[in-house]
Design a protein around this ligand. Structure first.
Ligand code: AVI
Length: 324
């Protein structure tokens, strides 16, 4: 008999990412004020730079979340239904999922969903070696656009996993829309384990996005390098500077790329003008209170089951409410 894991091993990677990159870049650079979607940070170079960010002394979220997951893995796993499938939104490396997979023997399949196929494929191969009984179905997709659970495991109850406070990179209305879509994908009464960074002293927040080594600056500037590589643009990286600051009104870190001079740049056959000091807004990273996130989730059809926090970061277990 063919096991679910064997079927998954033979399955070709599922690719349904369409290239919106050029259209989104031109739309963003011709908007006022200029902006670029943060999801495009994560090409191979950007993903590697993000991995370095997660190891920086100033960048506390990854360390805090890993510690929360490790300390509370048995409690989190105890909420999982028997023989379930773990669906990770925006997986990147599976480091955090591995903690849950190690604690929850009842997980039969793992579906990492990520826009960057390179990391996903490498990681899936390693996971299959480390968890031989686990079926691994990587899906290369923009998880905000919706995707289907692969047919051989579609009947298993799913548990969603969305770590890293990536929800903070959405505008609050987009975060609510994501939660509603995730609920539709996972189904009624499904569980979602989600990491959410907390509002705190800017003296802790700001250095996390302005590290002394300049890795976050490289990560931000890589967006321009990627546009040069993929859209035959001619951004001079030395003519732009990384800016990151905390906006107390909106409870968010804002990242920008500021033009150090008046200049014109060619992008995909179009000329884009920049004033001295004009910025491209590249990312928002929203921070929440525990109650504020619970209220956002509730408005999107999820009720709170449990929260684990160290005061800096929080991990929520939420359950999709029944739709009447
Ligand atoms: C992926 N995301 C949650 C990170 C954050 O903290 O908003 C992205 C990041 N940007 C700069 N540093 C890290």
């Amino acid at each position: 008999m063919t096991t679910v894991a064997q079927t998954a091993l033979r399955a070709a990677p599922i690719t349904d990412t369409s290239s919106q990159f050029a259209a989104d870049v031109i739309a963003g650079l011709t908007a006022k004020p200029k902006r670029l979607p943060p999801k495009y940070f994560y090409d191979l170079a950007g993903s590697a730079l993000f991995e370095r960010i997660t190891q920086l002394p100033e960048y506390y979220p990854t360390r805090c979340e890993l510690a929360l997951l490790r300390e509370n893995a048995p409690a989190i796993a105890s909420l999982f239904p028997p023989t379930c499938v773990l669906v990770e939104f925006g997986a990147g490396s599976s480091k955090k999922a591995r903690i849950l997979l190690g604690a929850a023997a009842t997980v039969e399949a793992y579906v990492p969903v990520d826009i960057s196929g390179d990391f996903l494929q490498q990681d899936a191969a390693q996971l299959r070696r480390d968890f031989p009984r686990l079926a691994v179905y990587p899906i290369v997709a923009d998880f905000t656009q919706g995707f289907g659970i692969p047919a051989p495991i579609a009947k298993l109850p799913p548990v969603g996993f969305f770590p890293g406070s990536t929800i903070g990179n959405f505008e609050p209305h987009e975060a609510a829309r994501f939660l509603r879509h995730a609920g539709d994908t996972l189904g009624e009464r499904a569980l979602l384990v989600i990491g959410v960074d907390l509002i705190k002293d800017p003296a802790i927040l700001c250095p996390a996005y302005n590290d002394a080594e300049g890795v976050t600056a490289k990560f931000n500037l890589n967006l321009l390098a990627r546009i040069n590589r993929e859209l035959s643009a001619n951004f001079d990286l030395a003519a732009f500077e990384h800016h990151a600051c905390y906006n107390r009104i909106h409870n968010r870190i804002e990242m920008h790329l500021a033009s150090l001079k008046r200049q014109k740049v060619r992008v995909n056959g179009k000329t884009i003008g920049f004033r001295l000091g004009e910025t491209i807004h590249t990312e928002n990273s929203y921070k929440y209170t525990i109650e504020g996130f619970k209220a956002l989730a509730q408005g999107a059809g999820w009720s709170s089951l449990s929260v684990w926090s160290d005061g800096r970061f929080s991990v929520h277990a939420i359950q999709r409410m029944e739709v009447r």
